[in-house]
Design a protein around this ligand. Sequence first.
Ligand code: SF4
Ligand code: SF4
Length: 260
Amino acid sequence: MNESEPGTSERGAVPALRFGVHYSSPDIQPGSIGAAIADAHAAAARDVAKHGADLGNTVAMVRDAHREVDSLRGATFRDALQAGERVPVCAEGCFYCCHVQVAAAIPEVIALADHIETSGRRDDVLAAIARYLEQLGDRMGTARVVANVACPLLRDGRCSVYDHRPLSCRGHSSFDVAPCERAWRQPGFDIVVDSFGGWRHPSLGAVVGLSAASGALGLEYFTVYLPEALRIALELGADEANRRWRAGERVFEGARVGVA
Ligand code: SF4
Ligand code: SF4
């Protein structure tokens, strides 16, 4: 059975590339979504509690979440393959979905800023974010989704932070690259990409888990637009952004999804 995401069930309602979820994978059925999210939430909460408050520990927490999700992605891929189910065709270097808005959990943004700083790319990425925001203009809501502006971390058709990319990017998938390319070439048309629940659910579950666990500690917990949030983190510096966030300050309000 294929099914669109909640709130996007009617084709034509929102003219954009979006991802419907394919539920036929043997281990990932609709009823397991809540369980996957709850598991990821619990794992993230354990991680937030286990790791301390310094930058290195925030980075370790995010790496743990990414590792767990990658492990689940591999397992559901193998399960589907063995069961003769369709599997995603996604691979590093495929970039059409990098033109859809990317949201992330706050600790992911801080960890990514740290990676970019240590790679010596801070100024380069800040300049790319400035160009991105200029192209995006004042588009909000659906207009923002259909803007078809490349993620500022895309370089020459490749993700420049692939191993460190956010959970939401790890959750994108398609059984066929053609609809992704069509949506990229014809933004504004309503194209639903049939995506693999075995990747989608663990990724979304982990985003919710990281955010909910942050909220439980009294920290900012909402999801943020990656470009705006990364700009905040890079301008402050990853260490300072982390220090303020872990002290309970409102650091990323301007990047909050639905506000920025
Ligand atoms: S979701 Fe589509 S565009 Fe993205 S990696 Fe997969 S096939 Fe490529
Ligand atoms: S972070 Fe990487 S994978 Fe995610 S949208 Fe940007 S370029 Fe694509």
